[in-house]
Write a protein that binds this ligand. Structure first.
Ligand SMILES: [Zn+2]
Length: 259
């Protein structure tokens, strides 16, 4: 009786019979601050009312979706996380399988000085807007310029660590970025990652999402850093457009990726 145990918890939104498709759809709406995202769900009323009135608060933190471990098509819950991540511990103890979490899109309000900008990011999480759209091929190529964009766009090294530590066969990371198809000169299709509110935003473009498969910790490198290896699938909405192996090095404050 995994998820049922967590009903009524302070940070849980649910309804009996909610399956993963509905929970993921609602989580995606939270990521873009849709005031209707959690409509009709049970959960702490004060928070639900606050989100309806201040929908931007919904992307001040991450969200998680967990599923009942006793049934493959079991009921799901939506978990309100922190801006640095979802605290899964008590849910794991209650028998919930973490199937997905979100990386909300955050843009700094304009005209903040450095002090105000730092305060804002401490309260709402680090801004991850892209200065300009970037190509997927550019993002994964080994180069120094892409490091900043990778940290914003890709699952974090701690996501790979979490999947490895919990032996998750698959875990989904939903982003609020969109991917737009661009026809390449050779007839191939290129993908461009855009902000959801950026210049040239294509409302028909699909969200960029990731599936992490079979993450393992395959070595320890210097200074307590760990290296994780996983298969990563990048999807436009639910359609995969790239698959590869990613190596994520987690050295506390320092993350890096290799492909
Ligand atoms: Zn994450």
């Amino acid at each position: 009786m995994g998820v049922a145990k967590t009903y009524g918890w302070q940070n849980v939104f649910y309804r009996v019979g909610m399956k993963s498709a509905e929970a993921l759809r609602r989580m995606r709406l939270c990521e873009i601050g849709d005031a209707q995202a959690l409509n009709g769900l049970n959960g702490p009323q004060a928070i639900l009312i606050d989100y309806t009135q201040n929908p931007a608060k919904q992307y001040a933190h991450e969200w998680g979706v967990g599923r009942d471990k006793d049934q493959y098509f079991g009921d799901c819950i939506i978990i309100k996380g922190e801006h640095s991540g979802v605290e899964w511990g008590a849910f794991l103890d209650a028998g919930v399988i973490p199937i997905a979490h979100s990386h909300p899109f955050r843009r700094l309000p304009p005209n903040l000085d450095r002090f105000e900008a730092r305060k804002h990011q401490e309260q709402y999480g680090n801004a991850n807007s892209l200065e300009e759209p970037c190509g997927w091929d550019w993002l994964i190529r080994e180069n120094d310029q892409a490091i900043g964009a990778r940290l914003k766009i890709l699952p974090s090294a701690s996501d790979f660590r979490f999947c490895a530590n919990k032996s998750l066969a698959i875990h989904r990371v939903e982003t609020a970025y969109v991917v737009r198809q661009v026809n390449g000169q050779g007839g191939g299709t290129l993908y461009e990652v855009q902000n959801p509110d950026g210049n040239g935003f294509d409302p028909a473009a699909a969200r960029l999402n990731f599936n992490i498969y079979d993450s393992v910790c395959d070595s320890f490198v210097a200074d307590g850093a760990s290296q994780y290896r996983a298969r990563l699938e990048a999807c436009a909405g639910s359609t995969p457009f790239w698959r590869g192996t990613v190596i994520a090095v987690d050295a506390g404050m320092f993350f890096t990726f290799r492909f």
